[in-house]
Design a protein around this ligand. Structure first.
Ligand code: FMN
Length: 532
């Protein structure tokens, strides 16, 4: 099939060359023929639209098909354009991450044929609507370029495993521009929770059929084999995940892989259903690039969520974040029992999740963060150990503890069968210098805790601290303030194996996942860092 498609590209390029040569010949010669003055074809070829400046369009067509012919031959002989470009880039000392060196022949052919098909469409429009005459040779050319586009896109979709760097970068930049200049401004006019609910129901619809999944993948996700990593027995397609708190009832499993996420956490799920804290539960601090969160574990409850997820096949690793039901407990033992009941439900269920997050750090639930004190943490982990959980558990850590307090917690966690830690959750620190003074004033009057940029520096420091002190003992997931590819590179270079985000996606748009992965992939190709 591959050979047939490669040969078809060559054959149709030749058809294009022959056809455009003939039209050019007709254009320049005085001979009376099919395309002579007075014929339909002549009307088109002698019209004011048939030249760009002094150059006849047919001559440009000839150049186009000839270039395509050369590219198709190079594609057929599997010419390695990337290594040739690499050499040229090195000679010209282009930046190490230069995107140009990643271009493949197939990508060039695809770009050329997209352009050819669009331009042919424009010419047919001129012929039919503006000039009102039919030139059969021009129609042959239009048919040829359309066929070339069909062949090259089929070839591309079938045989190019990695996303096209150049096309993806341009597409993602356009979507980013549209998002920040129009869509975000519109969204931010309305209540944050209302928009979140709207996005969840849209995502659910888009994830429920193959066509919208395919289109979302085409426009948003960036895939490359160099992004894949196997950690704790789980294969992550890429290291960028959705943090707990966005898809708290597990409704977006169909669409998140298409958006480009490499993994996805559902929850935080609690044993009992909970309506959420009183409204407003979600706010935006634009200057601080942060969200004010006061959800308090809004959840349909573990049994309902487990039932909803049973039978679903997740195409990326999916985890369940578990926390205690948001209510008053008479004792820590009671609160632990509540957490264990949720673990038991998922352990006994047929849900195909691959990991758990143990959320001990939500700052906006009743009673605060009891399991961040050492004796209660021990009590919780002792009880959890007895359940013999079958999947890796990552502990979602607080970020407002001091380094000393964090290290003490990690020393305890180290003694249990815990695969990794996530740094970290929301900040409740009102002395945080990264909160804008105007936002701080509003925050002091509001209920809730902050995500986004105010969590960035502290989360990085804790990732670094853990990696330094515990080497490879823990899988480290970096979460907090990732808005760009550069941010993800920094977290990974600080020691994170994987990263997660929510707020960056709200402020920069859903294409940011693809942009981050593209950046990480380029880094891997050029400098071999970040290391994972
Ligand atoms: C709206 C919202 C809800 C959240 N809910 C949870 C949650 O239920 N469980 C949890 O572990 N973290 C929750 N978080 C914290 C995030 O998972 C993440 O750790 C934090 O927002 C920092 O990442 P970010 O800056 O990329 O948003 C929530 C965050 C946001 C913005």
């Amino acid at each position: 099939m591959k050979i047939i498609l490669s040969l078809l590209l060559i054959v149709f390029s030749i058809v294009g060359i022959v056809d455009s040569s003939y039209i050019t010949y007709e254009k320049f010669s005085e001979s009376v023929s099919d395309c002579g003055v007075g014929s339909e074809c002549g009307t088109v070829l002698n019209s004011e639209w048939s030249n760009i400046g002094p150059i006849p369009l047919s001559l440009l067509g000839f150049a186009f098909y000839s270039s395509l012919f050369i590219l198709s031959i190079l594609n057929y002989i599997e010419f390695d354009l990337k290594s040739q470009l690499e050499k040229v880039c090195n000679k010209l000392s282009f930046k190490k991450t230069s995107i140009f060196r990643q271009i493949t022949i197939q990508e060039l052919i695809l770009v050329a044929t997209i352009f050819g098909a669009l331009f042919s469409g424009y010419l047919v429009f001129l012929m039919v609507i503006v000039i009102n005459a039919w030139c059969k040779y021009c129609l042959i050319s239009a048919f040829t370029s359309l066929t070339l586009f069909a062949i090259s896109s089929t070839y591309y979709l079938k045989y190019q495993k990695n996303s096209p760097f150049l096309i993806k970068q341009v597409t993602l930049s356009i979507i980013h521009f549209l998002y920040v200049t129009i869509i975000k401004k519109l969204f931010f006019l309305f209540d944050a929770e209302l928009i979140h609910n709207l996005l969840t129901s849209t995502g659910k619809t888009l994830g429920s059929n193959k066509i919208s999944q395919f289109l979302t993948t085409t426009f948003f996700s960036f895939n490359h084999s160099n992004l894949e990593k196997r950690i704790d027995g789980i294969t992550f397609k890429n290291p960028v995940g959705l943090s707990a708190g966005f898809d708290y009832n597990g409704e977006l499993t169909g669409i998140l892989p298409s958006v480009g996420f490499g993994f996805h956490t559902i929850g935080t799920v609690t044993y009992e259903a909970y309506e959420g804290n009183t409204k407003p539960r979600l706010g935006r601090y634009l200057k601080s690039k942060s969200l004010l969160v006061n959800k308090g574990f809004k959840s349909l409850g573990a049994k309902v969520i487990a039932k909803k997820l049973t039978g679903l096949n997740f195409s990326i690793p999916t985890g369940i974040s578990i926390g205690s039901t948001n209510k008053h407990y008479n004792s820590s033992e009671d609160q632990i029992k509540d957490i264990l009941k949720t673990f038991t439900i998922f352990e006994k269920s047929k849900v195909k999740h691959q990991y758990y997050e143990l959320n001990i750090s939500c700052p906006n639930t009743f009673g605060g963060q009891p399991f961040t004190t050492l004796d209660k943490l021990k009590l919780l982990l002792n009880s959890l150990e007895k359940l013999n959980i079958s999947k890796p558990i990552y502990v979602k850590m607080p970020i407002d503890q001091s380094n000393k307090e964090t290290l003490l917690m990690l020393q305890i966690i180290n003694k249990y069968n815990i695969a990794g830690v996530i740094f970290g959750n929301l900040t409740k620190d009102k002395s945080n210098p990264d909160v804008d003074p105007a936002d701080l004033k509003a925050w002091k009057l509001a209920k809730g805790n902050l995500s986004g940029k105010p969590t960035w520096k502290r989360s990085n420091k804790l990732v670094k601290l853990t990696r330094k002190n515990f080497k490879k003992r823990f899988t480290i997931i970096g979460s907090g303030g990732i808005f760009t590819g550069e941010n993800a590179v920094k977290k990974i270079n600080d020691g994170a194996d994987l990263v997660q985000l929510i707020t960056g996606m709200i402020f920069e748009g859903p294409q940011v996942i693809g942009q981050i992965n593209l950046r990480l992939s380029l880094c891997r190709l050029s400098t071999k860092t970040p290391k994972w």
